[in-house]
Design a protein around this ligand. Structure first.
Ligand code: SF4
Ligand code: SF4
Length: 316
C-alpha cells in the first residue's frame, strides 16, 4: 500500500510539472545543520534575518507535529539566454517570467490536495524556497542530487538549474535515498572532485570556502535583497559583470551544467516579464512605483523594488 501511495504521488507530481520527486524521513542531517549554523554565526546571511530561525530547521515536528516524511521536488528552469545587447543588463534565469514562488506554490497546493484524496487523514505542509527547512539537505537526502561547492543542488538530470520545493507530510513513505547510505560526518563535496571553477569564477570571491557563500559579497544578494547603497569598489565589479538582477555565474561555469536542458514548463515562459535582459535606460525612465508595478507585477523583480532596480541600473 505504501509503495502504491509513493508511486501515485510521484506520478501525479510529474503530471503537474514537477520534474524530480524524492522521499526521505524527517531526520535532519546533522552535518548540514551544523554547516548552516556555522554559516549563520559567521554573519554570512547578512540582513536576511528570517534565516536565523533555526529550531524548526532542526526539528520538523515544530512545523508539523505529525510529520513523518519529506517529499522533495525539483523543477527545471533552464533556458538558453540570448547574447546581451548593448545598453542592457543581465537578469538571472530564474527571474525570466512570473515569480516561481507563485507558480510552484500553486502546484504544491494541487499535490497536497491529491495526497488528501489518497488518505483523508494525511496532514501536509508545503514550502518553496522560503520555509524554515533545510531544503537542499532534504533534497540531497532523498537522492535528487548533491550539493556542490557553489552551494547549489546538482541533479543528474538538469544540473543545478532547478527550483526546489517540498511537502512535509504525516504519511509514512519509504525513503528514495540511494546516495547517502553511509553519510560522512563532514561535507566532502565529492561531486566536485578537484574542480574549483565556481570559486575561481566568482567576481566577488563570495564563495569563501567550498559550499559557503558570504551573502554580503554575493551579487545576487547585493542586487536583490540588499536595500542599501553599494560601496563604490563593489559597484565597479558589478558593472563589469553586467548583472542587473541576480547572478548565475557560479552555475554557468559548473561542468555539471553541461546536462542542462531547455525546460518545457510553459507557465514559466508563456508570460515573459523581465526576460533574460533589460534595457537600462528604460529602467531608469520609470517615474513612479505605480509605473514599476505596472511593468513588473508578478515578476520576482518586484522584490528589489523600483529603488533597488534603478540603483542597479545606475551602477551598470
Ligand atoms: S551568485 Fe555570483 S556573486 Fe554570488 S557566489 Fe555565485 S558567482 Fe559569486
Ligand atoms: S563548478 Fe566545479 S566546484 Fe563548483 S559546484 Fe560545479 S563541479 Fe563543484
Amino acid at each position: 500500500m505504501k509503495h502504491v501511495i509513493k508511486e501515485k504521488i510521484t506520478q501525479f507530481a510529474k503530471s503537474i510539472g514537477f520534474d524530480l520527486v524524492g522521499f526521505s524521513d524527517i531526520k535532519v542531517d546533522e552535518k548540514n545543520f551544523k554547516f548552516y549554523k556555522d554559516w549563520l554565526k559567521k554573519g554570512n546571511a547578512s540582513s536576511m534575518d528570517y534565516l536565523q530561525k533555526t529550531s524548526p530547521r532542526k526539528d520538523l515536528k515544530e512545523i508539523l507535529p505529525s510529520a513523518n516524511t519529506v517529499i522533495s521536488l525539483a523543477t527545471n528552469y533552464y533556458y538558453e539566454q540570448k547574447p546581451l545587447k548593448q545598453g542592457n543588463g543581465r537578469v538571472a534565469r530564474y527571474a525570466y517570467g512570473r515569480d516561481y514562488h507563485k507558480i510552484i506554490g500553486k502546484k504544491l497546493k494541487q499535490l497536497e490536495a491529491f495526497i488528501k484524496t489518497l488518505d483523508a487523514n494525511a496532514e501536509t505542509k508545503s514550502y518553496v524556497d522560503t520555509g524554515p527547512i533545510l531544503e537542499r539537505s532534504f533534497a540531497e537526502k532523498s537522492g535528487l542530487g548533491t550539493v556542490g561547492k557553489n552551494s547549489c543542488l546538482i541533479t543528474k538530470e538538469f544540473g543545478s538549474w532547478v527550483f526546489i520545493s517540498e511537502i512535509i507530510t504525516s504519511l509514512k513513505i519509504k525513503s528514495t535515498n540511494k546516495i547517502l547510505k553511509k553519510p560522512s560526518s563532514k561535507k566532502d563535496f565529492a561531486i566536485c572532485g578537484t574542480c574549483t571553477r565556481c570559486i575561481d569564477s566568482c567576481p566577488m570571491q563570495a564563495i569563501v570556502s567550498p559550499g559557503t557563500i558570504d551573502a554580503r559579497k554575493c551579487i545576487s544578494y547585493l542586487t536583490i535583497e540588499n536595500k542599501k547603497q553599494i560601496p563604490k569598489k563593489i559597484q565597479a565589479i558589478i558593472k563589469k559583470s553586467k548583472r542587473l538582477y541576480g547572478c548565475d555565474i557560479c552555475q554557468e561555469v559548473c561542468p555539471h551544467n553541461c546536462r542542462a536542458k531547455e525546460n518545457n514548463h510553459e507557465e514559466f515562459y508563456n508570460q515573459p516579464i523581465a526576460t533574460d535582459q533589460l534595457n537600462l535606460q528604460k529602467i531608469l525612465a520609470i517615474k513612479s512605483d505605480a509605473e514599476f508595478l505596472k511593468t513588473f507585477a508578478g515578476s520576482p523583480l518586484m522584490r528589489a523594488k523600483r529603488k533597488g532596480l534603478q540603483r542597479n541600473a545606475n551602477i551598470l
